[in-house]
Design a protein around this ligand. Sequence first.
Ligand code: BTN
Length: 326
Amino acid sequence: MSIQPARLLGALRADRAVSGSELAARLGVTRAAVWKQVRNLRALGAPVDAVAGQGYKLAWPFAALDAEAIRARLDPVLRRRLGNVAVHWQIDSTNSDLRRAADAGVPDLAVSLAEMQTAGRGRRGRTWVSPLGANVYLSLLKRFERGMGTLAGLSLAAGVALAQALEDCGAGGLGLKWPNDVVVEGRKLAGILVEAGGEFLGPCFAVIGIGINLRLPAAAGIGQPATDLARVCGAAMPDRHHVVACLLTRLVSTLDRFAVEGFAPFAGLYAACDALAGKPVRVHSGRGVYDGIADGVDARGALRVRCGTVVATHDSAEVSVRERGA
Ligand code: BTN
């Protein structure tokens, strides 16, 4: 008989090793089935260590995400307003999940979370590496009345909300690398993928997808300098339910304000954490590559790049930007 990976992960502990025979007895399977599932969990990225002669131990405590535990940490008004909170053990992508749900007509402020993603997506067609159980993969659906044309700057406002939420969780030294990567000392801690659908001048929606590195496995296979919340917060590492609750709280209040006032009220907050401002950058666009100095963002959230006396502006869909010499 086989065991569900979630059940085995739930039976493992970080404070002591649990022997294969104890696990087999508790889960009603053979030791061989335990061993096979341990191998599977490791392949999915779970930090299961073998302790010689004692059994298996987790490198850090694992508490499976639970929708009720998240709701319980929210302000009652937000708890009532929030739509369905779905927690998936495994899904292709929480953004794809909510895009499908949006097309099927689910109400506003639905949330999709997963322990792992098999086809996690990043900006500009990149893959978002999504190992099991260690990070936060969250998407939120927000409906807007006045059309996709009013969503300029939304992804930067979401970046401000994400940075504020991480600060609420005790993280310090955060910056925003345009358009919305949260970085600490030049290393990426979290990223955002905003995808919009609906009408240009009428009802539309945005799916705001957020990935936060909580504990990156040593061999995470991420192709850029990255960090995680465990490193940034040290001993004061918050639990995942708290991180998700802080994130939903900041995100929903930001989206409420954005729906009425657009990006303008967030421009100052963005400038305060702009990690690129005044730095030499290299801009890669469809028309080629050029060097300049990052000069903040305009009223729509487009990046300003100064090249001598000329200032060019770029929308996030159009270019990728690297700090030069970083
Ligand atoms: C980026 O920095 O490139 C954006 C990363 C966004 C990743 C998140 S994880 C939750 C949601 N689901 C996805 O497939 N992508 C976003």
